[in-house]
Design a protein around this ligand. Structure first.
Ligand SMILES: NC(=O)c1ccc[n+]([C@@H]2O[C@H](COP(=O)([O-])OP(=O)(O)OC[C@H]3O[C@@H](n4cnc5c(N)ncnc54)[C@H](O)[C@@H]3O)[C@@H](O)[C@H]2O)c1
Length: 439
């Protein structure tokens, strides 16, 4: 059994307080809104959520849940403080951290009077870096103490949805802990030991970012479904039938596939089909800003890669892989081809190794794409990996390469730029510089 204080008795705070008290912990809620404090102190819920009143009634009757406006009582009387105050948008979209800053100053001022270790855990949604730049400095300044030594600081983003908040809290998709010190980590892991889902204990900025990745993806899914549905309706197609079939594909659609940060998409299908569909949208007078942004986003990824290569100021490039993905000789709309074309245009020298691509075997639209983009490809292409690495300063990994072979050929002066996140769980070991393009 732990003693817990919960700062902010809105949707997240009330559910956090009710659920932890239902797990047998002693919980004290705090809010600047006295009416919320009065409600919880009287055993009544400050918000409506199915099941919350029953939990609060029981915990309150058994003396495990009450509320106060007294910060000292809350901090000195608990081992863990959960921050659940709002983090709204400013008019320009910027995150408003006034509430977070203020509550940290209040908690910090009380920590000044506390001798035992205390853990401050943020449940509010905060951008990566907020703990390091705002929360920890505010707590340290107000307490005169050192985070990680005198008190712990952690993040624990909440994934509940209003309307099913209690169910979500008790059965979350995962538990994410952003922790920097062992004591806070052990305490929080024990607090969540009952959760059936996987627990991830990661550095604080990763935990802060996960919440944004999740919510942005959820928003993206809604917007995608709505734009595809709009197209279906205007094209006279049965949206329900398309959606049902789309959702039945658990291999490529509803799956981790295509969701690992890597290089741009290309090949003979995805760019062509995205263009055709968005063009049809225009013909049907449908505004589809999300679908329309896919090709520009992909183009920007290639541009960004080129800029990160150019930033090194080295002119000799060794490109490993030219086809749009490993295991094919299809060069049509390959982003690797478009990247090399750009670099050649900027005066870079390139040698290209691709074990599947032979000039003499390229025919039809595949040959035409190369004729249109790198007509002198034949003079740059080789199947001698050793020769490419001997000559170049920058090694671009654009296809699957045997790890041991690559490691045996890399020299410390090589700058390795991995375009495809090759061997992501078992990186190429290299004495020189190694960088990814979006990791
Ligand atoms: N609502 C959700 O579904 C949900 C889900 C996950 C995460 N979040 C995040 O959790 C955070 C809280 O969201 P919410 O919907 O519960 O907000 P909310 O507005 O319902 O509640 C915030 C509470 O904090 C109180 N407060 C403000 N300053 C305080 C202070 N100094 N001391 C004590 N209390 C103070 C407010 O009076 C209010 O009652 C936000 O960052 C939000 O993005 C919300």
């Amino acid at each position: 059994m732990r003693t817990i204080s919960v700062f902010g008795l809105g949707y997240v705070g009330s559910v956090t307080a009710a659920c932890f008290s239902s797990k047998g912990h002693k919980v004290l809620g705090i809010d600047v809104a006295t009416e919320k404090v009065e409600l919880m102190a009287a055993g009544k819920t400050p918000i409506f959520e199915p099941g919350i009143q029953e939990m609060i009634t029981e915990a309150h009757a058994q003396g495990r849940l009450t509320a106060t406006t007294d910060i000292n009582e809350a901090v000195l009387g608990s081992e863990i403080s959960f921050i659940c105050v709002g983090t709204p948008s400013q008019a320009n979209g910027k995150l408003d951290l006034k509430g977070i800053r203020h509550v940290c100053e209040q908690i910090g001022a009380s920590l000044r009077h506390k001798d035992t270790f205390h853990v401050v855990v943020t449940r509010s949604t905060i951008l990566p870096g907020t703990t390091a730049d705002v929360i920890t400095p505010a707590l340290e300044a107000a307490s005169g103490k050192k985070a990680g030594r005198d008190f712990g600081v952690a993040t624990n983003p909440e994934f509940l949805r209003e309307g099913s908040a209690i169910k979500d809290f008790l059965n979350p998709p995962m538990t994410v802990l952003g922790v920097d010190d062992a004591e806070s980590e052990a305490l929080l892991k024990a607090l969540y030991a009952w959760v059936p889902a996987e627990l991830f204990a990661v550095p604080v900025p990763s935990a802060e970012m996960v919440k944004y990745a999740c919510n942005t993806f959820h928003a993206l899914k809604v917007a995608f479904a709505n734009e595809v549905g709009t197209l279906c309706k205007h094209a006279g197609v049965d949206t329900e039938a398309v959606t049902k079939i789309f959702l039945s594909d658990k291999q490529l659609n509803i799956s981790p596939y295509y969701l690992n940060p890597g290089f741009a998409f290309g090949g003979s299908c995805l760019p062509k089909d995205v263009r055709a569909l968005t063009y049809r949208g225009k013909e049907l007078d449908c505004k589809l800003p999300l679908l329309d942004s896919i090709m520009p986003s992909n183009h920007e990824h290639i541009e960004r890669s080129a800029l990160s290569i150019m930033a090194h100021g080295k002119k000799k490039i060794g490109m490993l892989g030219l086809s749009f993905k490993s295991g094919t000789d299809d060069l049509r709309e390959s982003p690797q081809v478009l990247l090399i074309k750009k670099l050649l245009g900027e005066g870079y020298q390139a040698q290209i190794w691709d074990e599947n691509v032979y000039m003499g075997r390229l025919i039809g639209s595949n040959r035409q794409f190369i004729a249109d983009n790198i007509p002198h490809l034949g003079s740059l292409l080789t199947n001698d990996l050793e020769a490419v690495l001997r000559e170049c300063e920058i090694v671009l990994i654009g296809t699957r390469v045997d790890k041991a072979k690559l490691e045996s050929l890399l020299q410390p002066h090589h700058i390795v730029i991995d375009l495809i996140n090759l061997h992501k769980h078992n990186r190429v070991s290299h004495e020189g510089e190694y960088e990814g393009i979006c990791w």
